[in-house]
Structures are given as structure tokens and as C-alpha cells.
Design a protein around this ligand. Structure first.
Ligand code: NAD
Length: 489
């Protein structure tokens, strides 16, 4: 399939190339072959993209929200028409199995429809200040102007769709910078928006590494950054935005707990733990990588998890039978292998996996086996640091209070899950988790209707739901006098 993009950037409604920017390439992670050569945005490209966004934004913001919604819905339809092409491109760029990436355009289209649906109903308040006919305040939700989106590499198309849908629905323009590891599919979304009738300049894609991201944020005409990535980068990005008094939404990493009580049905808990660790080859921010299992169930749980993990079908990401593809980059493979070695050195027991699978004809790819460690203790680095790969740590516990305290003993706070059939306990535990996204008897489901984001180091702000629109607007309060003006003078 054609993977080389027409040009590196998409600005003001057209593909733009500028070969004076530093060259970089993107690879197919299953084989390590180069599939696209691109150029980083120069300062001139950054300025062009922001200028295009600025000149388009005011007209867009002045449209009735229902008219903006029509464009978003049309784009959602076009995403569905090109879903197969988008999924294949994301599989080439991320290495994730096609059976997974097929969900991403569906989710992105749903997000455009969702924000198209709610934006006409998203309004300010009227605040009475006393008496009928008395003074009152009304509030207006106004767009921020030009916003910047910066993406991570695990869900490139979906992430671009989610961020842009929210920004555009609320009347903003966006300059989006995908991860340098997965730069391709955002350009397809830009084409789709144009075809759907989005005025040129409202959604621009420019490529590059970290410094391009900071250059967009630093631009004086950019009001906000919506960032997805790691905690260390997020701290830098929010620091930069804060130093310039700009808004920032940070969707960052995690080391989430999954707490399994011994009254949970074993198979259900095992399914939950497998999905919470191995989907997307473990490259999911919310993954429940610290699996706390009540002692009386621990041994049965471990043997069933290991049995099922050994059966996971690793293979050609385009094969419909494949359940797990490679990691997305050589850098990520090195990192995951480093942590597997650390786990062994720290004294955890390697229950299964830990090596590189033999992949005939795909030896240059970034393959790693799904890995389970037992006898993990809370102080081990594999239980404290985000690995972002298919490495599950199983930790036994005895009492509910102990499990909650240990689950919360982390600087992260993105997600948490509990499996139990005890109704009271389920809500008691969920209520005490220090995490933004919690699940009872499931894991890793992120419905668009629910606010999504982290506590503690895992982030600031929320994506999805009405809460996301709050992050892409600013509130104006208008005081309305209905009587005479009093003066002390
Ligand atoms: P990363 O932090 O290395 O990079 C993320 C993005 O930031 C990339 O586009 C990169 O080019 C850009 N960047 C790097 N330095 C920058 C700088 N100084 N200024 C501006 N932009 C800069 O993260 P990654 O390795 O691409 O992604 C993996 C991380 O993302 C994991 O920690 C994962 O948990 C997290 N993640 C979080 C969510 C969420 O919604 N909470 C979702 C997916 C991934």
C-alpha cells in the first residue's frame, strides 16, 4: 500500500513540503522497513500554519454551532468511508494488529459525531442576583482561538480525531503535531476535513520532533496546548504553556492498579487482566500493570493468566488471526527489554514470556513476548515505573484497606480497576482510588460520554464528554443591570 505521504505537512487546505526542514523517517514496526520520509517543520512552516489557523478561526467561531456540527458530521461519514485505508495506515505506522486499528477510525468518527451532537446544547448559564426583574449575570462559552494538539504514537488517528473534534466543535482552529513515530494518518484526517467542507486553515498538520511542538506552543497567536504523551514531557509542556499564561490539557502516563478480590469470577478477572496489559502490545496509558490479587485466589489466578498468555497469537499485524503485533519503535523495544531485565535483577519471578519471539521473515521488527512477573513487591521498579509494553506484574494482598493503600501508593493517577461481586465494596474501593478513570468489573473501556484524564502526575484536564468542551473554551461573565446605577460620589 501507498504509505509515503504526498507531503509532510497540511496547511491552509493544501499539502505542503519544505525540504529545508530536518529529514526523518517512519518505519513499519513489524519489519523495521522505512515506509515514509518526511521533513520537520521549520520556523517558517510553524508560522504559516499558525497564520492559516488564525485567519480561518474568527469566521468559523461566528457560525452557529449547528452549522459547525454539519461539517463535523460530514467528516465523520468520510472517515467511515476511508476506514479501511486509515486502519491499514495506522497498522503500518504503529505495528498494532489490524483487528485493533480497525476500531480507531470508528472511534474517531464517533467522536466527531458526539461533539457535533452536543455543541448546539453547550451553553452558558444565567445567574440571577435577586428578585424578579433584578440584575443577573449570563455567561458565554467562547472559543480560545488557535489551539495546538500534540499526539503520542499509540493511537495516532483516534487521538487526532478526538482532539480536533473537540477543538473545532467549540469554534477553535487547531495546529496538530503528530508523534514523529506515527506521522501518517493525521494527514488523512486533514484531507477529510477539507473534503467535508471545513474552511481551509482550521485544521493543519505539521510534522517534527519535540522542538516543533514547543515552537507551536510558544507562538504568540496560540492560546492552548492539548498534549498526550509521557509525564516528563508533559511537565515540560505544561511548564512552557504556564510560563506564557496559556491553557494546557495534559493526558499523560500511568502505572495503574487493578485490584482483584477473591469473590470475583476467575475467568472474568483473568480476561480483565489480559486486556488491561496486552492489548496494543501493552502500549496503552491506562493499562492496569499492577495486578493486585487477593491471596486466596492468587495461585489459581497466576496459573490461568500464564496459560492464557502463552496462547496469545503474535504475528503479522495484517493477519486477521493475529492478536498481538510488535512494539512501535526500536526505542520502545529497548526500553521494555531493559525493564524485563530489571525485573529479573530485582528478584521478581518471570512466570512467562520475557524474550523475543521468533518471527520468520520479520526479524528486523520490534517484537517482544507478552510477559508476566509474579512475586513482585511494591518497591520494585517494574511496579513503580511506566514500562508501556506487555509486562504484567502480579502482587498478592490480603485486606481491602491494604489493597487500596498500595494501589494509591504511586505518583501516577490515571486509572484504576476493581473486580468483585460485593456491591458495597466495589463502590467503596472505586470511591477511594486516587485516579481519574476507574472501572468496576472491567478495564480499559473509555466511552466518549465520560470525562477522561488523570489525577496526580497523570495529567491536568479532561478529554471526551462535555468536560472536554470546557477545556477548549473560556468563560465570559456578563453582568446585566436592570435598575439604576448607584453612586457614592
Ligand atoms: P512523549 O512524551 O515522548 O512524546 C509525546 C509527544 O510530545 C510527541 O509528539 C513528541 O514529539 C512531543 N514532544 C516531545 N518533547 C516535546 C517538547 N519539549 N515540547 C513539545 N512536544 C514535545 O510520549 P510518547 O512516547 O510519544 O507516548 C507514550 C506516552 O504517552 C506514555 O507515557 C503514555 O502513557 C502516554 N499516553 C497518555 C495517554 C492519555 O490519554 N493519558 C494516551 C496515550 C499515551
Amino acid at each position: 500500500m501507498q504509505t509515503q505521504p504526498k507531503a509532510s505537512h497540511f496547511i491552509g487546505g493544501t499539502h505542503v513540503e519544505d525540504k529545508s526542514g530536518e529529514a526523518f523517517s517512519t518505519v513499519y514496526p513489524a519489519t523495521g522497513e522505512t515506509i515514509g520520509e518526511l521533513h520537520s517543520a521549520t520556523p517558517e512552516i510553524v508560522n504559516r500554519a499558525v497564520a492559516a489557523a488564525k485567519s480561518a478561526q474568527t469566521g468559523w467561531a461566528s457560525l452557529p454551532p449547528s452549522e459547525r456540527a454539519v461539517v463535523l458530521r460530514r467528516a465523520a461519514g468520510l472517515i467511515r468511508d476511508r476506514a479501511d485505508e486509515i486502519a491499514r495506515l495506522d497498522t503500518m505506522d504503529t505495528g498494532r494488529a489490524l483487528t485493533e486499528t480497525q476500531n480507531d477510525p470508528v472511534s474517531a468518527a464517533a467522536s466527531l459525531d458526539f461533539f457535533a451532537g452536543i455543541i448546539p446544547a453547550y451553553n452558558g448559564q444565567s445567574i440571577g442576583l435577586g428578585g424578579s426583574g433584578g440584575p443577573f449575570v449570563y455567561t458565554r462559552r467562547e472559543p480560545l482561538g488557535v489551539t495546538c494538539g500534540i499526539g503520542a504514537w499509540n493511537y495516532p488517528f483516534e487521538m487526532t480525531g478526538w482532539k480536533s473534534a473537540t477543538a473545532l466543535a467549540a469554534g477553535n482552529a487547531m495546529v496538530f503535531k503528530p508523534s514523529e513515530y506515527t506521522p501518517l494518518s493525521a494527514l488523512i484526517l486533514a484531507e477529510i476535513y477539507k473534503e467535508a467542507g471545513l474552511p481551509d486553515g482550521l485544521f493543519n498538520v505539521i510534522q517534527g520532533l519535540g522542538p516543533v511542538g514547543s515552537a507551536i506552543i510558544e507562538h504568540p497567536d496560540v492560546a492552548k496546548v492539548s498534549f498526550t504523551g509521557s509525564v516528563p514531557t508533559g511537565k515540560k509542556v505544561l511548564g512552557l504553556a504556564g510560563s506564557l499564561m496559556k491553557y494546557g490539557t495534559m493526558e499523560l502516563g500511568g502505572k495503574s492498579p487493578l485490584v482483584i478480590f477473591d469473590d470475583a469470577p476467575l475467568e472474568n478477572a483473568v480476561n480483565g487482566a489480559l486486556m488491561a496489559n496486552f492489548y496494543s502490545t501493552g502500549q496503552i496509558c491506562t493499562n492496569g500493570t499492577r495486578v493486585f490479587v487477593q491471596k486466596s485466589m492468587h495461585d489459581d489466578f497466576v496459573s490461568r493468566v500464564v496459560e492464557r498468555t502463552r496462547k496469545i497469537r503474535i504475528g503479522d499485524p495484517f493477519d486477521p488471526e493475529t492478536q498481538m503485533g510488535p512494539l512501535t519503535s526500536r526505542m520502545q523495544l529497548d526500553k521494555v527489554e531493559r525493564y524485563i531485565a530489571i525485573g529479573k535483577e530485582e528478584g521478581a519471578t518471570l512466570a512467562c514470556g520475557g524474550g523475543r519471539p521468533e518471527m520468520q521473515g520479520m526479524e528486523g521488527g520490534f517484537w517482544v513476548e507478552p510477559t508476566v512477573f509474579t512475586d513482585v513487591t511494591d518497591d520494585m521498579r517494574i511496579a513503580r515505573e511506566e514500562i508501556f509494553g506487555p509486562v504484567m506484574s502480579i502482587l498478592p494482598f490480603e485486606e481491602e484497606d491494604e489493597a487500596i493503600a498500595r494501589a494509591n501508593d504511586t505518583p501516577f493517577g490515571l486509572a484504576a480497576g476493581v473486580f468483585t461481586t460485593d456491591l458495597n465494596r466495589a463502590h467503596r474501593v472505586a470511591g477511594q482510588f486516587q485516579a481519574g478513570m476507574c472501572w468496576i468489573n472491567n478495564f480499559n473501556l473509555v466511552p466518549l460520554e465520560a470525562p477522561f484524564g488523570g489525577y496526580k502526575d497523570s495529567g491536568v484536564g479532561r478529554e471526551c464528554s462535555m468536560a472536554a468542551l470546557d477545556q477548549f473554551t473560556q468563560i465570559k461573565s456578563v453582568y446585566v443591570e436592570t435598575g439604576t446605577v448607584e453612586s457614592v460620589f
